[in-house]
Design a protein around this ligand. Structure first.
Ligand SMILES: Cc1ncc(C[n+]2csc(CCOP(=O)(O)OP(=O)(O)O)c2C)c(N)n1
Ligand SMILES: [Mg+2]
Length: 561
């Protein structure tokens, strides 16, 4: 140890001090003996840094990911080596696809037995090499301040994303005298003024412009500025898949979501636009109907592509105006540009039609069975109000949630663009930890719910009161839909025999009820809200109702069955 005049600390203490310097107030974990020294250091600061103990690392890491989405700062998760690290990997993938800042710490085997395939040993640089933004193993406790500083910078800068840090067990117990590093600072690239001038010109001459918002790193001022920009230039705004909260859906320019199961009118609007201004969106598979709405690599539409990561520009599409910029900085610059004198009649009509199509799409349509999910979502919106945060995972039930719910602005939606099942439950728990006073509703399918249903115990342990709405159709409905489309009538591997969800939730200590008719939902919702604790409402829906537009019976008729 070098003589530095600094008090010696264990690696675990240096790490926890670094987390506090970087502003961390919450960490999620499932404990492991591999990082006992960190747990002990956290014990020292337990009033300043809350440790949330979870039941499965997939739940813990998804809570940390949702925490990162909601706060805009890296979510923090600790998992043990081997099985803990493999369980947690699902959220590293989510954070990658969703561009969420996340730091996953993994207890690693001791340096003295590394590379022997010691007990639970994995080389995380290989395992996470492709899905994390950066992976490091800290071999020397004296370098912890440097590595933690770098981890926060990497997770937050450009396109945000996940960082994985392996912590050898004996490195965490080693004493070291080292100075702390200061808190990270985020750089925000500003758009090139020449590109902004070009954007303005192109917007002035366009007949059918659309803006597509997506990606990570958005903040309130960016979202508000993009709304002002859209309004002053009269541009319809389309949200990329599961990015519906980037602009308040009540804004006169908001025109719906380009995602899975896309409204054909939105697809047509993007396809026939003469100018697409993509801000933060990668224009990936889910937002382009499988890369069909814009030609690769040279779209027929004029493309202005704004992204924080220059590697995304020119990766799939050749943009006419590529702009490397932080989305918020771009939005503020765009909102400051002088708007055109007045919109041509054609441009006004284009905008009005886009908004009208969106508003028309909000009217729930009839569906088979006694519970109309569209009506349920609309009712919930009216009662719970604009502060509500809504989470979901993957499955066809999300098509109703994402179509009929009005997202009222930034950070009101927790929905994985990675399409992972099991996300809604842990995300809702994290939302309640970040915003205890806001209503939080998790929608989950019967399949989705049981992927992380064990985290109901975590909600109860911390006295949190989200509302869980389980849409029970007795099947992996989304896969059944594809099965019926491609192999009609040959149902295999998609049927589910479920537990009694009400009894299950009650066993965890929640208020729980079964709702079998739309008209019973309002009173059940009131009782759930008044329960004073977490609540679960199970909605029974028939298998026939595959999506807001599709039934099993219609598909079978088409197939002549
Ligand atoms: C972790 C994970 N495993 C598998 C899938 C594939 N998958 C997508 S949707 C789905 C079915 C979801 O079922 P459920 O939650 O009951 O919703 P439903 O479609 O029935 O409304 C499956 C298995 C996935 N997206 N994520
Ligand atoms: Mg289901």
């Amino acid at each position: 140890m070098k003589a530095t005049g600094l008090a010696p600390r264990t690696g675990g203490q240096v790490l926890v001090d670094a987390l506090r310097i970087h502003g961390v107030d919450t960490a999620y974990c499932v404990p492991g003996e591999s990082f006992l020294a960190v747990l002990d250091a956290l014990h020292e600061v337990k009033d300043a840094l809350r440790l949330v103990v979870c039941r499965q690392e997939g739940g813990a890491a998804h809570m940390a990911e949702a925490h990162g989405k909601l706060t805009g700062s890296p979510g923090i998760c600790f998992a043990t080596r081997g099985p803990g690290a493999t369980n947690a990997s699902i959220a590293v993938h989510t954070a990658r696809q969703d561009s969420t800042p996340l730091i996953l710490f993994i207890g690693q085997v001791g340096r003295d037995c590394m590379e022997r395939e010691a007990w639970q040993e994995i080389d995380y640089r290989h395992m996470y090499g492709h899905i994390a933004k950066w992976v490091v193993q800290i071999e020397d406790p004296a370098r912890i301040p440097e590595m933690i500083s770098r981890a926060f910078h990497v997770a937050m800068s450009g396109r945000p994303g996940p960082v994985v840090i392996a912590l050898p067990e004996d490195m965490l117990t080693e004493q070291v005298s080292v100075a702390d590093a200061p808190a990270y600072r985020v750089t925000r690239a500003a758009p090139d003024p020449a590109a902004m001038a070009e954007l303005r010109e192109r917007l002035q001459s366009a007949q059918r412009p659309v803006m597509v918002l997506g990606g990570g790193g958005w903040r309130t001022e960016g979202s508000e500025a993009i709304g002002r920009f859209a309004q002053s230039f009269g541009v319809p705004v389309i949200a990329a898949f599961r990015r519906q909260d980037l602009l308040d859906n009540r804004h006169p320019c908001y025109s719906g979501e380009a995602g899975l199961g896309m409204n054909p009118r939105i697809a047509e609007r993007i396809r026939t636009a003469d100018l697409v201004v993509a801000v933060g969106a990668r224009l990936g598979e889910t937002s382009t109907n499988g890369y069909a709405l814009l030609d690769v690599p040279r779209p027929a539409q004029t493309l202005v592509h704004v992204h924080a990561d220059p590697n995304e520009l020119g990766r799939v599409y050749h943009a006419d105006v590529p702009v490397t910029a932080d989305v918020n900085t771009f939005a503020l610059a765009a909102a400051g540009m002088a708007p055109p004198e007045g919109l041509s009649a054609g441009r006004s009509a284009w905008l009005e039609q886009a908004r009208k199509d969106y508003e028309d799409s909000l009217a729930p349509e009839p569906m088979p069975g006694d519970v109309n999910l569209g009506e349920v979502v609309r009712h919930m919106d009216r009662i719970l109000g604009p502060e509500t945060i809504v989470s979901n995972g993957a499955g066809n039930y999300t098509l109703w949630v994402q179509r009929f719910h009005t997202y009222t602005g930034i950070r009101t939606q927790l929905a994985p663009t990675s399409g992972t099942m099991g996300y809604g439950v842990p995300a809702a728990i994290a939302a309640k930890l970040v915003y205890p006073d806001r209503p939080v509703v998790c929608f989950a399918g019967d399949g989705c719910f049981l992927m992380n249903g064990q985290e109901l115990a975590t909600a109860m342990q911390y006295g949190l009161d989200p509302l869980f709405i389980v849409v029970n159709n007795g099947m992996y409905g989304s896969i059944r839909m594809h099965q019926e489309k491609h192999y009609p009538g040959r149902v295999h591997g998609t049927e589910l025999h479920n537990p009694d969800f009400v009894a299950l939730a009650q066993a965890y200590g929640l208020h729980a009820e079964l709702v079998e008719r739309t008209e019973d939902f309002p009173a059940a919702l009131e009782r759930a809200r008044g329960a004073g604790r977490a609540a679960l409402l199970e909605l029974r829906v028939p298998q026939d109702a595959l999506s807001p537009k599709l039934t099993v019976s219609a598909l079978r008729r088409q197939a002549g069955l």
